[in-house]
Design a protein around this ligand. Sequence first.
Ligand SMILES: [Zn+2]
Length: 231
Amino acid sequence: MKIFTDPRLLQHGFIAGTLDRREGPMNAIDRQAEIFIRLGIDPQKMLHLHQIHSDTLFSFSNEAECRSFASASPQDGDGWIFAPAPAAWGAAIVTADCVPLFVWAKDASVWGLSHCGWRGVAAQLPLKTVRALQTKTTAPLCVWAGPHIQSCCFEVQQDTARQFPSQTLHTRGTKTFVDLNTAIGLQLLQAGLNPEDIQFSDKCTCCQPADFFSWRRDHKREMLLSFIYKP
Ligand SMILES: [Zn+2]
């Protein structure tokens, strides 16, 4: 099993990352459960969302809240805040070009994970995820943006381009491309994060077909799994 991750996540005590495509599409919760079992994680303790490209976050501060959420059907939303983070709980999202955004404190006291497509980035979901955690802790936060569509491939029409700051846009010939990393980075710096604590995967889901599913490339509903779990 191949998992793309940031070494800092492991160093700070999490099991977390983005699974590559070789295990197949991870749209179904029971497929995800097989992966979690292989990683030694109880799948009953991994939370799921019905993702809708919104800026809605769900917040948990104890085990009872996690249990209650896990026992109901997945709700509409696109991100997680665990603060303070109960041990032995985690959460998953799925993506196919969108950004899986991992946010955590170095002491593992809090963490967040959000599904940031271009709509989520334009709606400032990265900033909202960090701000929500900052209301719960004064610890410095780290961020890793997992594999997603990069500026090499993320061509947009003008109506989409208009929703992004000019310094995130690149033109090649008559085409316009958005650099989601720059757009996310601007929000994280605005939230006061240290530049050295912000890292971006350089993997592009769209032009690296051996490793990733991509909606832009294939137009199939085949999703990659991203998850974070605090043992
Ligand atoms: Zn690319």
